[in-house]
Design a protein around this ligand. Sequence first.
Ligand SMILES: Nc1ncnc2c1ncn2[C@@H]1O[C@H](COP(=O)(O)OP(=O)(O)OP(=O)(O)O)[C@@H](O)[C@H]1O
Length: 253
Amino acid sequence: MGSRELPDPATPLLETRGITVRFGGHTAVDEASIAVHRGTVTGLIGPNGAGKTTLFNTVTGLQKPTSGQVLIDGVDVTRKAPYKRAHMGLARTFQRLELFLSLSVRDNLRVAGDIHRSGTRRRYDVEAETDRLLELTGLADVAHQDVSDIPTGRARVVEVARALMTDPRVLLLDEPASGQTEKETDDFAELLVRLASDGLAICLVEHDLPLVMRVCSQIHVLDYGALIASGTPQQVQKDPAVIAAYIGTEAVA
Ligand SMILES: Nc1ncnc2c1ncn2[C@@H]1O[C@H](COP(=O)(O)OP(=O)(O)OP(=O)(O)O)[C@@H](O)[C@H]1O
C-alpha cells in the first residue's frame, strides 16, 4: 500500500459547501450544501426553476459559482476544469439527451470508452467494458440499432451506460426517467439500486417523485435556490416546508 492513506468512508464522495450562483441580480442557487455518499442514491428535488441543474453545472465545472466550494472525495475541485473533475471520477447525464443519434447504441458507448482509454493509465479494454455495460444496463437487445431508432426511454439508459464507460465514482443524473414508460422506469429503478450497491455515489435530479422515494436513501430539497430540507424519503415527505413548496405544482409522493 506504500504511504497512501485509505479513503475515509465517512467522507462524502461528492459535497457542495455553501454554493451560491447569481445570474445578474437573480440568485439561482443560494448557499446550497449537499452531500452524496458512496454506495447510495441521493435525490436532489424541487419545483421547476429551483436551481437543480445549475447546482449540477457547478459540480461538473460548467458553471462557476459566485461563492462556495465543490469537493470530490474530500478534495476541493472548485477551481478545477471539467475534464480534471471527470478524471477524478465524476460523470453526468443531461436533461436534454446528448447522444450521437446516427450511431448505434454500441458505438455511443465505444466512443466514450475510447476517450476514457486515451486519458487513463489503467488497463482498460473498451470492447469488454462495452459488452459488460450493455448487459448490465439491459441494452444488449438494441446494441446494434441507431439511437434515433430506439424509444426515448431507452435512449436515457444509453446516456447512463455511456457515462458509466468512464468508470465513474460519482454519477450525476439529470431527469433520467423523463420519457420512460412505467416498465422502463421500474427497470431503471432496479439498475440504480444495483449500481449504488456496487459502490457508486449517485445524485439523482428527477421530477418522478415515486421513483425518487423508491431508490433514494437521502433527499435534498431545493426551492428558489435554497435548501429547504435534507433527510430520508420519510422525513422529507412529512416536512411542512417541502409540502408547501410543492403545493400548486405536484403532490409529494
Ligand atoms: N444561464 C442562465 N442565465 C440566467 N438565469 C439562469 C441561467 N440558468 C438558469 N437560470 C435561472 O436560474 C434558475 C434555476 O434554473 P435551473 O435550470 O437550475 O432550475 P431547475 O431546478 O433545474 O429547473 P427544472 O426542474 O425546470 O429543470 C431559474 O430561475 C432559471 O431561469
